[in-house]
Design a protein around this ligand. Structure first.
Ligand SMILES: [Zn+2]
Ligand SMILES: [Zn+2]
Length: 279
């Protein structure tokens, strides 16, 4: 049996709920918790994990599709919630009786074997963040729910072994959708959500060095499709001459069963690199 390695599992992604499970050896934590409690506990069980084994629930921001059952899960199983002060404030009384560990934006923290750092993202929440998590020499960077990106976003994502980045909508499908004009403008605004082209442009800046693994996340069911997201992002990367990016697209919710959830393992990634190196 090999030594512990960082493993990321996508339990849910999109406007109906987001939750990523990070594991390293026996240690585990959740990034976002935007599903009904019972659904989430079920999805964890498929991964062979009881909710009480979680070291913490990390929150990117307070929107329901990210924070829905965070407080209930934390209270029920005695797990701390990790977020910044303004996100805590926005959740208000919901967090009553919950242990909250505040993580100011940009600061590092250690949670068991995990090292953690948040970075600001542009989104219409109190103080939304992306997260970068590392353990055992591997790292994942998560940037979902952002309407635009900056050089600081590029710097925060660069060098991560796995990038989980939002490809929310296709610009044309959004424009043609029956959504009211105001909602369309919110979604495609600078504090809304990244479309496939913007996501590709961000990745083209981030994935310039070694080979990158990417998970496209938070796809809209109405104004995007896995196929559109993948080809849209790939086209931008190709035009920018960026090769070596492996693209996965996250489903809205993991299927039942232990193999139902997309899982990324740092050890396999390292193995692939080794093979490439030996060729
Ligand atoms: Zn969201
Ligand atoms: Zn949001």
């Amino acid at each position: 049996m090999s030594a512990a390695s960082l493993t990321i599992t996508a339990l849910a992604s999109g406007s109906s709920g987001n939750a990523l499970l990070a594991r390293y050896g026996a240690a585990a934590l959740l990034i976002d918790c935007g599903l009904a409690l019972r659904t989430l506990e079920g999805l964890l069980r498929y991964q062979g994990l009881a909710a009480a084994q979680l070291r913490a629930v990390l929150l990117t921001h307070e929107h329901g599709d990210h924070a829905l059952s965070a407080a209930a899960l934390a209270r029920r199983h005695g797990i701390p919630v990790v977020c910044n002060a303004r996100t805590r404030q926005a959740l208000g009384a919901e967090l009553e009786g919950v242990v909250v560990e505040e993580l100011p934006v940009g600061q590092r923290a250690a949670l068991g074997p995990f090292e953690l750092q948040s970075f600001p993202v542009a989104h219409d929440a109190a103080e939304p963040v992306g997260l970068r998590l590392s353990a055992g020499g591997a790292s994942v960077a998560v940037a979902v729910d952002l309407g635009s990106w900056s050089e600081a976003t590029v710097a925060a994502l660069r060098g991560a072994d796995l990038l989980v980045v939002e490809a929310n909508h296709d610009r044309e499908l959004l424009r043609a959708s029956p959504y009211p004009r105001a909602l369309q403008q919110r979604i495609c605004g600078a504090l809304g959500h990244l479309d496939n082209v913007q996501c590709g442009e961000l990745l083209a800046r981030v994935c310039t060095g070694a080979a990158c693994d990417v998970w496209l996340a938070h796809l809209s069911a109405q104004t995007n499709s896995p196929q559109l997201a993948r080809t849209g992002v790939r086209r931008v990367l190709d035009m920018a001459g960026v090769a070596g990016v492996r693209i996965g697209v996250l489903p809205r919710q993991a299927a039942r069963g232990p193999a139902g959830a997309p899982t990324w393992r740092a050890e396999e990634r390292l193995l692939v690199q080794q093979q490439l190196f030996e060729l």
